[in-house]
Design a protein around this ligand. Structure first.
Ligand code: ADP
Length: 483
C-alpha cells in the first residue's frame, strides 16, 4: 500500500474536482478583480490613440467637425483642436465634466512637448490633468469636487503639419472611470460562485464515488468468498465497462480455479489408486511367501520385483510431469544420431520380440542427425513403442519408421490395434485420460506416458500427432528439424 492508497475514491474525486474548479475560479479572480483596472486602462488608451489617428487623417476635410463629434461620442472622449496661431478651432466634450479647459500657456506647452516627442504625446494621469492652468498632480490633500469626480485620465496630444505650413494640435482627453465599486461587486459575486462551486464539487464527488465504488465493493465481497474456496461465486457487478470486464475476468478465473480444483481431486484419486495396486500386490505376495514356505519361488519374487519397478516408473513419471509443469525442466540439447538412438532402443526390445513373439521392425532410409535432448527424445520413443506394444492387435505387430523430408526427420510408430476414436484423439495427451475407462490400464502404464511425450515434444518445438482409424491401429508420429 502506498501513501495514496489510503484515500477513498470519494476524497480523490473531490480533490480532482476542486482542482478543476479552482483553476477557472482563480483565473476569474485575477482577471475580474486584480487586473480589471489594467485591462480597462489599456482598452481606453487604445480608444484614445485610434481616435487621434482618425481625426489626424481627416483634419483637412470640410466636415471634420462632424467627424470629431462622432469620434468623441463613440469613444467617450473630449476632443480639442488648436491652430498654432489662431487658437482653438474645434471642441467637443462628451460630458460637462470631462473637458480639458486649458489656458494658452498649457496649449503651447502641449504643442512643444508633442513636437519634441516626435509629434505625439501620450500621458496617463493618476490625478486629473491641468485645469485652469493647474496640473492635477500638483494638488495635495483635498481635491475640489470636480477633480474628485474626474478621477484618472488619459491625455493624448498630436501635432499635425498642414500643407500650408501651419500646424494643428489635436488634444484628446478620456476619463478612466474608477473601477473600485465594480471590483467590489465582482468580488462578492465571485465569492458566492466559489462557495457554490466547492459545494457542487463535494456533492458531485459523493455522487460519482458512490456510482464508481459500489460495484467495486460488490466485487471485493465476491472475491473474498472466492478466496475462501467458494468456487461457485458469481461476479455480476456492473455499471461501467471496466468493472464489467473485471467481473468477466474474475468469473473466468473462478471457473479455471474450480477446474484446477477438480483436477487436483482427480489427480489425487488416480495417483492413490495407481500406487495402491502395486503396493497391494507386493504386500500380498511378500506375506504369502512369509507364511507359506512353498510359495517362496523365483516367480513370486519376480512379481514383487516387477511391481516395485512399476512403482518406481510411476513415481519417476509423476516427478517428470510435475517438473515439466512447473517449467523447471531444462533441455540439454546436443547434435546426435537419432537413427542410432532408435536402433539402440529396438535392440533392447529384441528379447521381448523373441520371448513373446512380438514383431517389431524398424525401417530407416539412412542416418539422420538432430539437435535435441537425446535422453528426452529416447524417452518419447520408449513411451510410444511401449504404448504400441501394449495396444497392438493380435498379430503383435509394431512398425517403427524413419523418413526424411523437407529438412525434417519424422519418426512414426504404427500398431495394428483397436485404434483410437476421433473424438478421443484430442484428449489422449492429457494426464490420466483413458479411452477405455475400464481398461486394465494399471497393469500396463502409468497413464502419464503421452502427457510426458507431449511436454517433451513441445519443449523441443517439435511437430507431433496421431493418425488412427478405429479397428485399424494407430500411428503416432513426431518430427524434428535436421541438424
Ligand atoms: P497409458 O499408461 O494408459 O498408456 P498414456 O498416456 O500413454 O497412458 O496413453 C493415454 C491413453 O491413450 C491410453 O490409456 C490409451 O487409451 C490411448 N492410447 C495410447 N496409445 C495408444 C495406441 N497405440 N493405441 C490405442 N490407444 C492408445
Amino acid at each position: 500500500m502506498n501513501r495514496f492508497d489510503t484515500y477513498s475514491i470519494k476524497w480523490r474525486l473531490f480533490v480532482y474536482l476542486i482542482i478543476f474548479v479552482a483553476i477557472p475560479v482563480a483565473m476569474l479572480w485575477f482577471f475580474q478583480t486584480v487586473f480589471l483596472e489594467q485591462f480597462y486602462t489599456a482598452i481606453k488608451v487604445n480608444d484614445v490613440e485610434s481616435s487621434v489617428d482618425t481625426i489626424a487623417q481627416n483634419i483637412e476635410n470640410q466636415d471634420v467637425g462632424a467627424l470629431i463629434e462622432q469620434v468623441a461620442h463613440v469613444n467617450d472622449v473630449s476632443v480639442r483642436v488648436y491652430e498654432q496661431n489662431s487658437g482653438q478651432i474645434y471642441a467637443y466634450d462628451f460630458g460637462p465634466e470631462s473637458g480639458v479647459p486649458l489656458d494658452e500657456a498649457s496649449v503651447r506647452d502641449y504643442f512643444e512637448r508633442a513636437q519634441n516627442n516626435g509629434g505625439t504625446l501620450l500621458m496617463l494621469f493618476d490625478k486629473p490633468p491641468a485645469i485652469d492652468g493647474l496640473s492635477g498632480d500638483e494638488f495635495e490633500g483635498e481635491f475640489p469636487p470636480r477633480f474628485k469626480r474626474m478621477g484618472k485620465s488619459i491625455v493624448c496630444a498630436r501635432v499635425v503639419d498642414l500643407p500650408d505650413g501651419n500646424k494643428r494640435l489635436i488634444l484628446i482627453n478620456a476619463l478612466v472611470t474608477p473601477v473600485d465599486a465594480t471590483v467590489r461587486t465582482l468580488q462578492i459575486q465571485l465569492m458566492y460562485i466559489t462557495l457554490i462551486m466547492v459545494a457542487l464539487s463535494l456533492f458531485l464527488a459523493l455522487l460519482m464515488s458512490r456510482r464508481i465504488s459500489k460495484p467495486i465493493i460488490q466485487t471485493t465481497a465476491a472475491a473474498k468468498l472466492l478466496a475462501k474456496g467458494d468456487y461457485g461465486t458469481v461476479f455480476d457487478a456492473h455499471g461501467y465497462l471496466e468493472i464489467a470486464e473485471l467481473n468477466k475476468t474474475l468469473n473466468f478465473a473462478a471457473s479455471e480455479m474450480s477446474k484446477v480444483e477438480r483436477l487436483r481431486h482427480e489427480l489425487i484419486a488416480n495417483v492413490s489408486h495407481d500406487l495402491r495396486t502395486p503396493l497391494t500386490m507386493i504386500t500380498g505376495y511378500a506375506e504369502m511367501m512369509r507364511d507359506i514356505p512353498g510359495e517362496n519361488t523365483p516367480e513370486n519374487v519376480q512379481i514383487i520385483i516387477d511391481e516395485s519397478s512399476r512403482l518406481s516408473l510411476l513415481v519417476s513419471d509423476m516427478l517428470d510431469i510435475s517438473r515439466f509443469q512447473s517449467g523447471g525442466q531444462e533441455l540439454h540439447k546436443i547434435r546426435f544420431n537419432i537413427t542410432a538412438s532408435v536402433r539402440g532402443i529396438m535392440q533392447r526390445y529384441s528379447k521381448l520380440t523373441e520371448q513373446d513373439n512380438y514383431d517389431i521392425s524398424f525401417e530407416a532410409s539412412g542416418d539422420a542427425y538432430v539437435e535435441a535432448d537425446s535422453g528426452r527424445i529416447e524417452q518419447v520413443v520408449y513411451n510410444l513403442i511401449n504404448n504400441a506394444i501394449n495396444y497392438t492387435g493380435e498379430d503383435k505387430k509394431v512398425i517403427v519408421r524413419q523418413t526424411v523430408e523437407d529438412g525434417r526427420v519424422r519418426i512414426e510408430i504404427t500398431d495394428t490395434g483397436a485404434g483410437i476414436a476421433a473424438e478421443d484423439i484430442p484428449y489422449i495427451w492429457d494426464r490420466y485420460y483413458r479411452v477405455d475407462k475400464t481398461h486394465k490400464r494399471a497393469a500396463i502404464g502409468s497413464g502419464l506416458g503421452l502427457s510426458i511425450v507431449r511436454s517433451i515434444l513441445e519443449l523441443h518445438g517439435a511437430e507431433y500427432g496421431v493418425l488412427s482409424n478405429p479397428g485399424e491401429g494407430s500411428t503416432f508420429w513426431f518430427s524434428l528439424p535436421l541438424a
